[in-house]
Design a protein around this ligand. Sequence first.
Ligand code: NAP
Length: 311
Amino acid sequence: MHIALVGIGKIAIDQHVPALTASPDWELSATVSRAGSVDGIPVFTDFAQMLEERPDIRVVSLCLPPIPRFDYAAMAIQAGRHVMLEKPPGATLSECHTLEAMARAKRLSLYATWHSREAEMVAPAKAWLKGKTLRKLHINWKEDVRRWHPGQDWIWEPGGLGVFDPGINALSIVTEILPDPIHLMTATLEVPENKQAPIAAKLDFFHPHGAGVTADFDWRQEGEQTWCIDAETDQGVLRLWNGGARMAIDGIEVKPSGRDVSEISGEYPRLYQKMARLVESGNVDVDLSPMRHVADAFTLGRRETVAPFIE
Ligand code: NAP
C-alpha cells in the first residue's frame, strides 16, 4: 500500500522511515514537510496539494506534534484517507472523539498508536499479571529533556504536554498490562516559571482492589535514564525497565521467548503491521485511556512553580 508520511522531524526520521522501508506491507510514496525530506521520496510542502494530486495514496501517517495534528487528520479523513496518528493522538480528548466519529462515518481506518505498548516485554508482562492480585505499582519515568527533546519549543506550550509527552508512554503500558481500570485521584505538577507545561509530575491513582498505584515523572534527570515500572503482586514482583524492553520477575530477568518466525519485532514495525491489518479489515483502533489520565492530571493537578527552564 502506498503511504505518505507527514511532518519529517525527529520521530519520522528515527523510526517511521526505517520501519516503512523494511516493511513488506508499505511503500513510502510521498512526504509532506515544510523543511524536511527523505532521500528519493517525492516531497510536498502543502498537505492539501498532496491529497489532491496523489489519489493513489490511500493512507497517511501523521508524525506532527499534537498541535496541529487534528487539522491534518480531519483534512485527510475528509479526503477519504485512512489515518495513523503518533502519540498522543491529539491535543485534547474531544479532538480525538471527533476524529474517531469522522473516520467511522466515512468507514475509514483510524489508528491512535501507542508505540510503547509494542515494546518487547509488554505483552509478557500483561500475561504474567493476569490472574494475580496487584498490591502496588509504581512508575518511575525520569529522563533528560535536553537530551531527548532538543529545541522542541512546542513541547512546553499548551497542548504540548511537557513531561507527560514521555510520561504518557508509561501510562500507555500500564493501561495495557493492568487487568483492572484505574483512575487518577491526585496529582502534583511542577511547572517552570517561564513555561506552560510541567517539567515533573507525581500521580496517585485509585485502584478498584485497593492497590497503591503511583507515578513519578521527571525531565531533569541527568546521567542514567529511568523508564521503569515495578508491580508487586501476591505471587511475586515484576519489573519492567528500559521502556518495556526488559522484564524481571523477583529480580531474575526474563528473556523474550522464541517468537514465531512470522512475528515482526520492533515497536514501529509492529505499529505499521497493525495499521496494515486495520486498513485491510476496515477497522478503527482508538484507545484514549492513557490520554484520559493526563487530561485528569491537568484538571486535578496542584501546580507548583519551579525554577525557569533554560535550554
Ligand atoms: P519534531 O521533530 O519537533 O516535529 C515533527 C515535525 O512536525 C517537524 O519536523 C515539522 O515538520 C512538523 N511540525 C512541527 N510543528 C508544526 C506546525 N506547527 N505545523 C506543521 N508542521 C509542524 O517532533 P517529534 O519529536 O518528531 O515528535 C512528533 C510526535 O511524535 C510527538 O507527538 C511526539 O510525542 C511523538 N514521538 C516523539 C518521539 C521522540 O523521541 N522524539 C518518540 C515517540 C513519539 P516539517 O518542518 O517537516 O513540516
